[in-house]
Design a protein. Structure first.
Length: 322
Protein backbone atom coordinates (compact mmCIF):
# COMPACT_ATOMS: atom_id res chain seq x y z
CA UNK A 1 0.00 0.00 0.00
CA UNK A 2 1.32 3.42 -0.96
CA UNK A 3 2.44 5.49 1.99
CA UNK A 4 0.33 8.64 2.45
CA UNK A 5 1.88 11.93 3.53
CA UNK A 6 -0.79 13.23 5.91
CA UNK A 7 1.07 16.52 6.37
CA UNK A 8 0.66 17.40 2.69
CA UNK A 9 -3.08 16.67 2.89
CA UNK A 10 -3.43 18.64 6.10
CA UNK A 11 -1.67 21.69 4.69
CA UNK A 12 -3.70 21.51 1.50
CA UNK A 13 -6.94 21.39 3.49
CA UNK A 14 -6.00 24.40 5.60
CA UNK A 15 -4.91 26.39 2.53
CA UNK A 16 -8.20 25.70 0.73
CA UNK A 17 -10.20 26.78 3.78
CA UNK A 18 -7.98 29.83 4.29
CA UNK A 19 -8.49 30.87 0.68
CA UNK A 20 -12.23 30.52 1.17
CA UNK A 21 -12.12 32.81 4.20
CA UNK A 22 -9.92 35.32 2.38
CA UNK A 23 -12.44 35.48 -0.46
CA UNK A 24 -15.31 35.79 2.04
CA UNK A 25 -13.65 38.73 3.82
CA UNK A 26 -13.71 40.75 0.61
CA UNK A 27 -17.05 39.55 -0.78
CA UNK A 28 -19.37 40.45 2.10
CA UNK A 29 -20.90 43.87 1.73
CA UNK A 30 -23.43 46.22 3.24
CA UNK A 31 -25.86 43.35 3.84
CA UNK A 32 -23.61 42.38 6.75
CA UNK A 33 -24.17 45.82 8.29
CA UNK A 34 -27.91 45.43 7.79
CA UNK A 35 -28.02 42.03 9.50
CA UNK A 36 -26.06 43.32 12.49
CA UNK A 37 -28.24 46.43 12.80
CA UNK A 38 -31.37 44.29 12.74
CA UNK A 39 -30.01 41.83 15.32
CA UNK A 40 -28.99 44.70 17.61
CA UNK A 41 -32.67 45.65 17.81
CA UNK A 42 -33.73 42.18 18.96
CA UNK A 43 -36.15 42.47 21.88
CA UNK A 44 -36.17 38.75 22.52
CA UNK A 45 -33.42 36.28 21.69
CA UNK A 46 -31.40 35.51 18.59
CA UNK A 47 -32.45 31.99 17.58
CA UNK A 48 -29.90 30.12 15.49
CA UNK A 49 -31.44 27.35 13.43
CA UNK A 50 -29.82 24.54 11.47
CA UNK A 51 -29.47 20.82 10.92
CA UNK A 52 -26.58 18.46 10.25
CA UNK A 53 -23.13 20.04 10.01
CA UNK A 54 -24.69 23.48 9.64
CA UNK A 55 -26.60 22.77 12.82
CA UNK A 56 -23.35 22.20 14.71
CA UNK A 57 -22.09 25.57 13.45
CA UNK A 58 -25.36 27.26 14.43
CA UNK A 59 -25.08 25.81 17.93
CA UNK A 60 -21.54 27.12 18.38
CA UNK A 61 -22.47 30.59 17.10
CA UNK A 62 -25.42 30.69 19.50
CA UNK A 63 -23.08 29.93 22.40
CA UNK A 64 -20.71 32.69 21.28
CA UNK A 65 -23.54 35.20 20.99
CA UNK A 66 -24.85 34.39 24.47
CA UNK A 67 -21.42 34.69 26.06
CA UNK A 68 -20.75 38.06 24.44
CA UNK A 69 -23.90 39.92 25.41
CA UNK A 70 -26.47 38.80 22.83
CA UNK A 71 -28.89 36.28 24.41
CA UNK A 72 -29.32 33.36 22.04
CA UNK A 73 -30.71 29.83 21.79
CA UNK A 74 -29.95 27.14 19.23
CA UNK A 75 -32.76 24.96 17.87
CA UNK A 76 -32.20 21.88 15.75
CA UNK A 77 -34.55 22.09 12.76
CA UNK A 78 -35.60 18.43 12.98
CA UNK A 79 -36.40 18.75 16.69
CA UNK A 80 -38.22 21.99 16.00
CA UNK A 81 -40.69 20.06 13.83
CA UNK A 82 -41.50 17.91 16.84
CA UNK A 83 -42.09 20.53 19.51
CA UNK A 84 -38.94 22.59 19.98
CA UNK A 85 -40.39 25.29 17.73
CA UNK A 86 -42.33 26.32 20.83
CA UNK A 87 -39.12 27.87 22.09
CA UNK A 88 -39.36 30.63 19.49
CA UNK A 89 -41.27 33.80 20.29
CA UNK A 90 -42.48 36.50 17.91
CA UNK A 91 -40.04 38.95 19.55
CA UNK A 92 -37.09 36.71 18.63
CA UNK A 93 -35.05 37.02 15.45
CA UNK A 94 -34.04 33.83 13.63
CA UNK A 95 -30.66 33.27 12.01
CA UNK A 96 -30.69 30.18 9.74
CA UNK A 97 -27.54 28.26 8.81
CA UNK A 98 -27.82 26.09 5.69
CA UNK A 99 -25.10 25.69 3.06
CA UNK A 100 -27.46 24.34 0.41
CA UNK A 101 -30.24 26.71 1.36
CA UNK A 102 -32.64 23.89 0.58
CA UNK A 103 -32.72 21.86 3.84
CA UNK A 104 -36.09 20.11 3.86
CA UNK A 105 -36.64 20.43 7.62
CA UNK A 106 -35.98 24.17 7.54
CA UNK A 107 -38.22 24.70 4.52
CA UNK A 108 -41.05 23.07 6.46
CA UNK A 109 -40.47 25.54 9.31
CA UNK A 110 -40.55 28.69 7.20
CA UNK A 111 -44.39 29.00 7.05
CA UNK A 112 -44.59 28.69 10.84
CA UNK A 113 -41.89 31.31 11.38
CA UNK A 114 -43.72 33.62 8.99
CA UNK A 115 -47.03 33.14 10.81
CA UNK A 116 -45.30 33.79 14.11
CA UNK A 117 -44.05 37.13 12.83
CA UNK A 118 -40.35 36.41 13.37
CA UNK A 119 -37.80 38.19 11.24
CA UNK A 120 -35.68 35.58 9.48
CA UNK A 121 -32.08 35.99 8.34
CA UNK A 122 -29.84 33.37 6.81
CA UNK A 123 -26.29 32.33 6.06
CA UNK A 124 -26.19 30.06 3.03
CA UNK A 125 -23.87 28.98 0.22
CA UNK A 126 -26.38 29.96 -2.44
CA UNK A 127 -28.15 33.31 -2.63
CA UNK A 128 -30.59 31.81 -5.14
CA UNK A 129 -31.79 29.10 -2.74
CA UNK A 130 -35.29 29.05 -1.27
CA UNK A 131 -34.05 29.77 2.25
CA UNK A 132 -31.98 32.73 1.02
CA UNK A 133 -34.90 34.18 -0.90
CA UNK A 134 -37.27 33.63 2.05
CA UNK A 135 -35.03 35.65 4.37
CA UNK A 136 -35.21 39.37 5.01
CA UNK A 137 -31.44 39.47 4.49
CA UNK A 138 -29.18 36.67 3.31
CA UNK A 139 -25.42 36.42 3.76
CA UNK A 140 -23.81 34.33 1.03
CA UNK A 141 -20.58 32.53 1.93
CA UNK A 142 -19.74 32.24 -1.76
CA UNK A 143 -17.87 28.97 -1.23
CA UNK A 144 -17.31 27.10 -4.48
CA UNK A 145 -14.70 24.55 -3.34
CA UNK A 146 -14.82 22.22 -0.37
CA UNK A 147 -11.53 21.01 1.08
CA UNK A 148 -12.92 17.48 0.80
CA UNK A 149 -11.44 15.98 -2.42
CA UNK A 150 -14.83 14.41 -3.15
CA UNK A 151 -16.45 17.84 -2.76
CA UNK A 152 -19.00 16.17 -0.49
CA UNK A 153 -18.08 16.65 3.19
CA UNK A 154 -18.84 20.20 4.40
CA UNK A 155 -15.42 21.67 5.19
CA UNK A 156 -14.69 25.06 3.67
CA UNK A 157 -18.40 25.89 3.70
CA UNK A 158 -18.83 25.19 7.43
CA UNK A 159 -15.63 27.11 8.21
CA UNK A 160 -17.01 30.09 6.28
CA UNK A 161 -20.38 29.89 8.05
CA UNK A 162 -18.64 29.77 11.41
CA UNK A 163 -16.47 32.75 10.51
CA UNK A 164 -19.53 34.77 9.49
CA UNK A 165 -21.30 33.84 12.72
CA UNK A 166 -18.27 34.85 14.76
CA UNK A 167 -18.01 38.09 12.80
CA UNK A 168 -21.62 38.91 13.67
CA UNK A 169 -21.04 38.12 17.36
CA UNK A 170 -17.94 40.34 17.51
CA UNK A 171 -19.67 43.17 15.66
CA UNK A 172 -22.58 43.07 18.14
CA UNK A 173 -20.14 42.84 21.05
CA UNK A 174 -18.38 46.04 20.00
CA UNK A 175 -21.62 47.83 19.20
CA UNK A 176 -22.90 47.06 22.72
CA UNK A 177 -19.59 48.18 24.26
CA UNK A 178 -19.32 44.77 25.90
CA UNK A 179 -16.46 44.80 28.45
CA UNK A 180 -14.30 42.21 30.18
CA UNK A 181 -16.43 42.53 33.34
CA UNK A 182 -19.54 41.73 31.30
CA UNK A 183 -17.82 38.70 29.81
CA UNK A 184 -16.88 37.47 33.28
CA UNK A 185 -20.52 37.54 34.41
CA UNK A 186 -21.41 34.94 31.80
CA UNK A 187 -18.36 32.79 32.62
CA UNK A 188 -18.44 32.55 36.44
CA UNK A 189 -17.37 28.92 36.62
CA UNK A 190 -14.39 28.92 34.28
CA UNK A 191 -10.81 29.96 34.89
CA UNK A 192 -11.25 33.00 32.68
CA UNK A 193 -14.29 34.19 34.61
CA UNK A 194 -12.51 33.72 37.92
CA UNK A 195 -9.56 35.77 36.73
CA UNK A 196 -11.90 38.61 35.79
CA UNK A 197 -14.11 38.73 38.88
CA UNK A 198 -12.38 37.04 41.84
CA UNK A 199 -11.02 39.56 44.32
CA UNK A 200 -8.31 39.27 46.94
CA UNK A 201 -10.84 39.40 49.78
CA UNK A 202 -12.67 36.41 48.30
CA UNK A 203 -9.79 34.02 48.91
CA UNK A 204 -7.52 35.65 51.52
CA UNK A 205 -6.94 34.25 55.00
CA UNK A 206 -8.50 36.40 57.69
CA UNK A 207 -9.63 36.62 61.32
CA UNK A 208 -8.56 33.71 63.49
CA UNK A 209 -6.70 32.14 60.56
CA UNK A 210 -4.05 34.86 60.69
CA UNK A 211 -0.74 34.33 62.55
CA UNK A 212 -0.35 37.60 64.49
CA UNK A 213 2.28 38.61 67.06
CA UNK A 214 3.34 41.82 68.80
CA UNK A 215 6.64 43.55 68.03
CA UNK A 216 7.84 42.67 71.55
CA UNK A 217 7.12 38.95 71.20
CA UNK A 218 10.16 36.70 70.92
CA UNK A 219 11.17 34.67 67.92
CA UNK A 220 10.29 31.54 69.89
CA UNK A 221 6.71 32.75 70.44
CA UNK A 222 6.48 33.84 66.79
CA UNK A 223 7.51 30.39 65.57
CA UNK A 224 4.84 28.78 67.75
CA UNK A 225 2.24 31.13 66.22
CA UNK A 226 3.43 30.38 62.70
CA UNK A 227 3.31 26.64 63.39
CA UNK A 228 -0.19 26.77 64.88
CA UNK A 229 -1.67 28.71 61.93
CA UNK A 230 0.25 26.87 59.20
CA UNK A 231 0.63 29.79 56.79
CA UNK A 232 4.42 29.97 56.87
CA UNK A 233 4.60 33.63 57.92
CA UNK A 234 3.63 35.90 60.81
CA UNK A 235 2.18 39.40 60.75
CA UNK A 236 3.57 41.82 63.32
CA UNK A 237 0.70 44.07 64.33
CA UNK A 238 0.41 46.65 67.09
CA UNK A 239 -2.73 48.67 67.81
CA UNK A 240 -4.23 47.54 64.47
CA UNK A 241 -1.24 48.86 62.56
CA UNK A 242 1.05 46.69 60.45
CA UNK A 243 4.63 46.87 61.69
CA UNK A 244 6.13 44.17 59.53
CA UNK A 245 6.12 40.57 58.39
CA UNK A 246 8.27 37.59 59.38
CA UNK A 247 8.99 34.98 56.70
CA UNK A 248 11.21 31.93 56.29
CA UNK A 249 13.84 34.18 54.74
CA UNK A 250 13.89 36.30 57.89
CA UNK A 251 14.22 33.13 59.95
CA UNK A 252 17.28 31.96 58.01
CA UNK A 253 18.95 35.33 58.38
CA UNK A 254 18.22 35.38 62.11
CA UNK A 255 19.69 31.93 62.72
CA UNK A 256 22.79 32.82 60.72
CA UNK A 257 23.50 36.05 62.61
CA UNK A 258 22.11 35.58 66.13
CA UNK A 259 23.40 33.09 68.68
CA UNK A 260 20.41 33.62 70.99
CA UNK A 261 17.89 34.26 68.25
CA UNK A 262 14.96 32.52 69.96
CA UNK A 263 14.81 35.20 72.68
CA UNK A 264 15.22 38.20 70.38
CA UNK A 265 12.11 40.45 69.97
CA UNK A 266 10.60 39.84 66.59
CA UNK A 267 10.69 43.57 65.82
CA UNK A 268 14.45 43.22 65.38
CA UNK A 269 14.17 40.31 62.97
CA UNK A 270 11.10 41.09 60.89
CA UNK A 271 10.95 42.70 57.44
CA UNK A 272 9.59 46.19 58.01
CA UNK A 273 8.63 46.89 54.40
CA UNK A 274 6.02 44.21 53.84
CA UNK A 275 4.46 44.04 50.39
CA UNK A 276 0.75 44.78 50.57
CA UNK A 277 -2.35 44.78 48.40
CA UNK A 278 -5.82 46.25 48.83
CA UNK A 279 -8.64 43.85 49.73
CA UNK A 280 -10.71 45.05 46.77
CA UNK A 281 -7.99 44.32 44.20
CA UNK A 282 -8.44 41.52 41.69
CA UNK A 283 -6.77 38.29 42.68
CA UNK A 284 -4.85 38.43 39.40
CA UNK A 285 -3.25 41.66 40.64
CA UNK A 286 -1.91 39.68 43.59
CA UNK A 287 -0.40 37.13 41.20
CA UNK A 288 1.35 39.86 39.23
CA UNK A 289 2.65 41.58 42.36
CA UNK A 290 4.05 38.36 43.77
CA UNK A 291 5.72 37.48 40.49
CA UNK A 292 7.24 40.93 40.11
CA UNK A 293 8.72 40.80 43.61
CA UNK A 294 9.47 37.05 43.63
CA UNK A 295 7.56 36.52 46.87
CA UNK A 296 4.84 34.07 47.92
CA UNK A 297 2.56 36.12 50.19
CA UNK A 298 1.06 39.59 50.53
CA UNK A 299 -0.50 41.41 53.46
CA UNK A 300 -4.03 42.52 52.60
CA UNK A 301 -5.13 46.00 53.67
CA UNK A 302 -8.63 47.42 54.12
CA UNK A 303 -9.88 50.79 52.89
CA UNK A 304 -8.21 52.45 55.92
CA UNK A 305 -4.88 50.79 55.13
CA UNK A 306 -5.20 48.54 58.17
CA UNK A 307 -4.12 44.88 57.93
CA UNK A 308 -7.15 42.75 57.09
CA UNK A 309 -5.77 39.48 55.81
CA UNK A 310 -3.06 37.50 54.08
CA UNK A 311 -3.01 36.02 50.59
CA UNK A 312 -0.48 33.43 49.44
CA UNK A 313 0.46 31.98 46.08
CA UNK A 314 -0.89 28.68 47.41
CA UNK A 315 -4.34 30.28 47.89
CA UNK A 316 -4.31 31.51 44.30
CA UNK A 317 -3.42 28.05 43.03
CA UNK A 318 -6.19 26.45 45.09
CA UNK A 319 -8.66 28.98 43.66
CA UNK A 320 -7.78 27.74 40.16
CA UNK A 321 -6.22 31.02 39.01
CA UNK A 322 -2.82 29.55 38.21
Amino acid sequence: MKKIDHLIIGRRTIKIEANGLKKLATSIGNEFNEVCNQLLRTKGKIITLGIGKSGHIAKKVSATLSSTGSPSNFINAAEALHGDIGGINHSDKVLIFSHSGQSKEILELLPYLKSLGCEVFSITGSKDSIIAKSSIINLDTGISEEACPLDLAPTTSTTASLALGDAIAVALLEAKKFKADDFAKSHPGGKLGKRLILKVEDIMKKGKELPIVLPTDSLAKTLIEISSKGLGVALIIEKSNLKGIFTDGDLRRALNTKTDALEVPIAKLMSKKAKTIMHSSLATDAINLMQQNQIYSLVVLDQKNKPKGLIRMHDLIEAGLI
